[in-house]
Design a protein. Sequence first.
Length: 341
Amino acid sequence: MSRSRALQSYVVARLLLAPLMLWTVTTVVFLLLRATPGDPVDAILGPKAPAAQKLALRSQLGLDQSLWQQYANYMGDLLHFDLGTSLTSRGQTVWDIIQQFFPATVELAFCSMVVALAIGISAGILSASRPGTIFDLGGRLFGIITYALPMFWVGMLLKLVFAVQLGWFPDGTRFPTRLLPPQGPTGLYVFDSILSGDFQALGMTLYHLALPSLTLGIVLSGIFERIVRVNLKQTLQADYVEAARARGIPERRILVLHALRNALIPVITVLGLTFAAMLGGAVLTEVTFSWPGLGNRLYDAISLRDYLTVQGIIVFVSIIIVMASIIIDIVNAYIDPRIRY
């Protein structure tokens, strides 16, 4: 079988398996939510509400039905692309919640990924190109420490130092509450500010993005540093690199045009999957900085036992991750001819 036919067969198989994976995730989340302690009716009305009022609300929300009936109703709605209506935000569908909060998460994820790539790739190149030196040791320590750092601790530390004590950055929110945020078709403040030519709003948006993006970017940069350092070291020892050195090609040119291009191939896989996972909401970062993104909304929904909102957000994120993994496999197959499916 030719390489292109094999890739096509692989992609078709992955697409056919995607509904099974999504069904598995949805079923597990459905059962786990109902196995955890807590009652959404108590979260909405309070534990001291009258019993009759609780029974009426439970019937209204469909929580008085059997577990199997609730599951069958939910799966039937999913087949019609209906994620349901939030239990705690009266009248607001889960799709409305995703549409409202997802742009903030996209913006945070994109800026954080830029920070992570800039720091991680630079540190990885510096470490791999100078083996046995203090730069190599520093790169190893950087990769290990940043990978092990708790994200919430980094966020609270940076917030305490740069927002509370020094006052260089705001301590939360996406845009000043006293000002009207940028209006546009995308909901992405950076992009909408550029489209409207409002560079004052653009500066304010980036100012509020700086600290959360730096927090998430620093923690993720260790992943990219380790991947680049390991693969670049192996690539620099390859035969074709030695042949390039024997022809008198400058070391910097060998590093940039020959070794680095091959060493960055594994980064594409990690980059795509990491970015897809971040789109689901970097919950700890968003909660720490009161960032109005999907992760923060997911945290609130879990706290309030809002079953439908939690399930809907997780299904939405799962679809993104599944599709991202398929796209990454296709991109890798075309970039690296050695890959076979």
